[in-house]
Design a binder for this molecule. Structure first.
Ligand SMILES: [Zn+2]
Length: 99
């Protein structure tokens, strides 16, 4: 997680994040940014919500993996379970599942 800037001079180093579900590193732009608000995990669709974020592929299978691995409490550094129903609703309602 800790980088000291020098990598950015490489020119083609697009920012990457690790999906909290499948743990695959992917271009940040392909991942859904999630933030935690009062015990709920919510999708940060406009990238405007502040605070510690987690990245997830916009897929239900990665969401389920993240839940099974209890990745969200770890990613957000909170104790106990987090409600991911808003994220699930977002993914289920996403009409553009076809890449
Ligand atoms: Zn994933």
């Amino acid at each position: 997680m800790r980088q000291h800037g020098k990598l950015e001079y490489g020119g083609h180093a697009a920012p990457q994040r690790t999906c909290v579900g499948c743990r695959v590193r992917t271009a940040k732009s392909e991942l859904l940014r999630l933030v935690q608000v009062e015990g709920q995990v919510v999708p940060d669709l406009r990238g405007r919500l502040s605070g510690r974020g987690a990245s997830l592929h916009p897929s239900l299978s990665c969401l389920e993996l993240a839940e099974r691995r209890r990745a969200f409490p770890r990613a957000f550094r909170v104790q106990g379970a987090l409600d991911v129903s808003r994220v699930r609703a977002h993914l289920e309602g996403e009409p553009r599942n076809v890449m």
